[in-house]
Ligand binder design. Structure first.
Ligand code: P6P
Length: 335
């Protein structure tokens, strides 16, 4: 079984993708190529992210772009990089991006895949050097050819994802993704420009003692959430909230924990986006033995009705989410 070789130490992402292609009996390599295109774009964004602070120093470091233009915001740059890589890669027919109001139709009639992406989430953290991330979901188009149809090809619910993942630009840069056969993490080695398998078959601890929520919005929470968080404090759990979803999610995935962004007065449907944040992380969570809900149903079973719709999100160790929902049984989580 070739795919067994995939997990040997030192496997590069390219080799892993190739070896795991056998998971897809009818694979003709398009999804593999699409994953490589995403990895390539993430290497470019990683480089831009690492030198973001320098770009304002101007000519002294040769960091201003040759046109001397105003340095664009990193999330704008990341959006351009991912769109360009996916467009050039030839496997994608449409992109839903956090940075774009409308669907981007790549006019690629033979592209089999639709990608929903948050090119750089938490970009407000960039200026203060806090970890940030890219989050992506991959769907196969439902209509056979021609321009993608919004309702059929784009607005698919999370259970239809063929792959999803995130890139965490942190103390190290990691790519973590699933194609429905488990979750694998790759760490970027800058000197070689390669991602190496570092976290094979990630399994989320079923319980944990870390909770991530913005306590500053406490007065807005549903009573059930308030009671759950109070219970976490009685149990002396640790409060860890980085303010960057990918960083909080990744830590909780590895160590056990729960991340909650509930409905609040300011964000009555929650703040996080269903199509390119919640769904992607929910697929990863479930593949790692964790869970993701809006307080009433599985995130993956929410039928999207608009591209940028928001959803309340409770995601992490299954016993912690279950505990949180027990409190909600006393009071409904509003969605
Ligand atoms: P708040 C960043 O803006 C983000 O989308 C997530 O990465 C993060 O978890 C959340 O919003 C932080 O939101 O309202 O707590 O500042």
């Amino acid at each position: 079984d070739q795919s067994g070789l995939a997990y040997s130490v030192g496997t590069t992402l390219d080799r892993f993708i190739k070896l795991k292609q056998s998971d897809f009996p009818f694979a003709s390599g398009e999804l593999s190529q699409l994953l490589r295109d995403i990895a390539l774009a993430s290497k470019i964004v990683n480089r831009e992210t690492n030198r973001a602070g320098l770009s304002n120093i101007g000519g002294a470091f040769g960091q201003t772009n040759v046109q001397g233009e105003e340095q664009q915001k990193l999330d704008v740059i990341a959006n351009i990089r991912f769109i360009r890589a996916l467009s050039k890669g030839g496997e994608v027919c449409a992109i839903v991006s956090e940075e774009e109001d409308a669907v981007i139709d790549l006019n690629n009639k033979s592209g089999k895949y639709v990608v929903a992406i948050d090119p750089l989430d938490g970009s407000s953290n960039i200026d203060v050097n806090i970890s940030i991330g890219t989050i992506f979901s991959i769907y196969r188009r439902k209509t056979p050819v021609g321009s993608p149809i919004l309702e059929e090809d784009i607005m698919q619910q999370g259970t239809e994802q063929v792959a999803s993942g995130y890139v965490l630009y942190g103390s190290s840069t990691m790519l973590v993704y699933t194609t429905g056969f488990g979750v694998n993490g790759f760490t970027y080695e800058h000197s070689l420009g390669e991602f190496f398998l570092s976290h094979p078959m990630i399994k989320a601890p079923e319980s944990g003692s870390i909770y991530s929520i913005n306590e500053g919005t406490q007065e807005d929470w549903n009573p059930g959430i308030k009671e759950y968080i109070d219970d976490c404090k009685v149990k002396k759990y640790s409060a860890r909230y980085i303010g960057s979803l990918v960083a909080d999610f990744h830590r909780n995935l590895l160590k056990g924990g729960i991340y909650i962004y509930p409905a609040t007065k300011k964000n009555p449907n929650g703040k996080l986006r269903l199509m390119y944040e919640a769904n992607a992380l929910a697929f990863i969570a479930e593949q790692a033995g964790a869970v993701a809900t809006d307080g009433n149903k599985r995130i993956l079973e929410i039928q999207p009705t608009s591209l940028h719709q928001r959803t309340p999100l409770l995601i992490g160790s299954k016993n912690m989410v279950a505990e949180a929902l027990q409190f909600s049984n006393k009071t409904e989580f509003s969605t």
